[in-house]
Design a binder for this molecule. Structure first.
Ligand SMILES: [Zn+2]
Ligand SMILES: [Zn+2]
Length: 184
């Protein structure tokens, strides 16, 4: 599992690799360390759930490595989103549309629609192919390669709004330099 976050000290966006047993998170840029909040991660069988069939008990425990809190801020509110590289998504649409326009210009109607169709198809394919990431509502940290998404749900506007307002109040009071600005 890796985390991409904005370091509170040097304010760079950095990426770090996580291990289940780690007790502190170090910024690769400025070497600032922050201790991992208690109970932030758990490794082992999913608690209280029937996710583990008896026959699977012998599997490596790390296959149930869950993240319960953000290691950076340490909020408990994380949401699941498709880890779709947005630039790639936009690039595909732009190329597809350019192809459509070019084909149209040369009166190649079938080719034009072929471009549109291919673009849509690639998007659908990518959607199913890409993995899922956990994102922190509060600080926008991205967790990739999460093995077990646990109880985390998809994006909720209500929760996002709550954090946004909290961040706005804090900024007003000059308390926190972190802005709870989740990446779009
Ligand atoms: Zn740093
Ligand atoms: Zn966070």
């Amino acid at each position: 599992m890796t985390v991409t976050f904005r370091c509170p000290r040097c304010e760079q966006t950095v990426k770090a690799t996580l291990t289940p047993m780690m007790t502190s998170l170090e910024c690769p840029q400025c070497q600032a360390t922050a201790s991992v909040p208690e109970g932030a991660m758990s490794v082992g069988e999913a608690e209280g759930k029937d996710q583990v069939a008896p026959s699977q008990k012998g599997r490596r425990a790390s296959s149930h490595w869950q993240l319960h809190r953000c290691l950076v801020c340490p909020s408990r509110d994380l949401f699941v989103r498709k880890d779709f590289p947005q630039r790639l998504g936009i690039a595909i649409v732009v190329v597809g549309f350019a192809g459509f326009l070019a084909a149209n210009f040369f009166y190649l109607k079938y080719l034009a629609f072929g471009f549109l169709f291919a673009t849509a198809l690639i998007d659908v394919f990518l959607y199913f192919w890409v993995g899922e990431a956990l994102v922190c509502y509060r600080c926008g940290a991205h967790y990739r390669g999460v093995e077990d998404l646990g109880d985390h749900a998809g994006f909720e506007l209500e929760t996002h709004e709550r954090y946004r307002q909290m961040a706005a109040r804090m900024a007003e009071a000059g308390v926190d330099r972190h802005e709870a600005k989740p990446e779009a």
